[in-house]
Write a protein that binds this ligand. Structure first.
Ligand code: AN0
Ligand code: CP
Length: 316
């Protein structure tokens, strides 16, 4: 495996789930695989889960980890090509990436959508440069348009908690005070469309995801109808794709509370975290017996470890 960005990079999902189960049961069985290998985790944005779970996954595989927080620990990096660097940026990505690559065997990159240009974000301008110029396998730790480590962990969690062979899984938009990327819902939708689930998206007008993400997914505008018979509610805020990066609604009638959950088939509640209580979800729901947000976050170690294991196997 040379890159991990989209669902296509993982191949067959049943095989990936079987491997995840094995990794979860015997996390230290591949300690030799990572011996004398180094992963560098590059963060352009904040993180709790991704940073810690990636580091833990690498450690389970016997790898060394170096974390670099761009803008805090390193020089400020220029990302635009063809500019005269007379501002506050000291170094260009074109040098920084191959330098990082020369110290690493695998690179993980977190670089969120910037909302300055939809084209810049959706062309994955930053991540693609890491793929092209680092000479290393590259893991997306949430890029401008995808968060595959999260979606894989979500799939593992659904597999563990499902009570029927083909559960109904609902991705529900929920309100938030700040403009958030579409990466998490994009990846979740992309993975659920391939998984063996009955997948439904519900969101207000103006919040449809990119056309290729919506294609093949069922959209139910009425949140109550969408929730009926659901086995899993996956709440998430995202900003508008069409009016790119804009907040069009903060309607708290979309906040997932106990009444919303009463419409479901005793559904489990999921969220990638970090979550804003009272905006995305009520305290009652997230603290209730059907909330699986903590085991979901715990599975981030498992998804990261499967990806790193496959990359290490590809290095041999
Ligand atoms: C980010 C997002 O919505 O993409 C990270 C989620 C994993 N969330 C925030 O910035 C709050
Ligand atoms: N879910 C997730 O990626 O969390 P962090 O932003 O804390 O890494």
């Amino acid at each position: 495996m040379k890159r991990f960005l989209t669902v296509g990079d993982i191949g067959n999902l049943s095989d990936a789930l079987a491997e995840a189960k094995q990794v979860k049961q015997t996390p230290f069985a591949w300690q030799e695989l990572g011996r004398n290998k180094t992963i560098i985790l590059v963060f352009f944005n904040s993180s709790l889960r991704t940073r810690l779970s990636s580091q833990r996954a690498a450690q389970n595989l016997g790898m060394n980890t170096i974390v670099l927080n761009i803008n805090e620990d390193s020089w400020k990096l220029e990302t635009e090509l063809g500019v005269i660097m007379d501002g506050d940026k000291t170094e260009h990505l074109r040098e920084a990436i191959p330098v990082i690559g020369s110290y690493a065997d695998i690179i993980g990159v977190r670089s969120f959508a910037r909302f300055e240009s939809r084209t810049f974000d959706y062309e994955e301008t930053i991540l693609q440069q890491f793929i092209e110029y680092s000479g290393c396998p590259v893991i997306s730790l949430e890029s401008a348009t995808r968060h595959p480590c999260q979606a894989f962990a979500d799939l593992i969690t659904i597999e563990e908690y499902k009570r029927v062979a083909r559960p109904k899984v609902v991705l529900s938009w929920a309100p938030h005070p700040k403009a958030l990327p579409q990466a998490v819902p994009n990846s979740f939708a992309e993975w659920m469309k391939v998984a063996d689930v009955n997948f439904v998206i519900t969101c207000p007008e103006g919040y449809d995801l990119a056309p290729d993400i919506m294609a093949g997914a069922r959209l139910e505008r009425d949140q109550k109808k969408a929730f009926e018979g659901a086995d899993f509610i996956y709440a998430k805020n995202w900003s508008s794709y069409t009016e790119y990066g804009k907040i069009l609604s903060k309607d708290r009638s979309w906040t997932v509370d106990q009444e919303h959950m009463s419409w479901t088939n005793n559904a489990k509640f999921m969220h990638c975290l970090p979550v804003r209580r009272g905006m995305i979800v009520s305290d009652e729901v997230i603290d209730g017996p059907n909330s699986i947000v903590i085991p979901e976050a715990a599975n981030r170690v498992v998804s990261a470890q499967v990806v790193m294991k496959r990359m290490l196997e590809g290095l041999r």
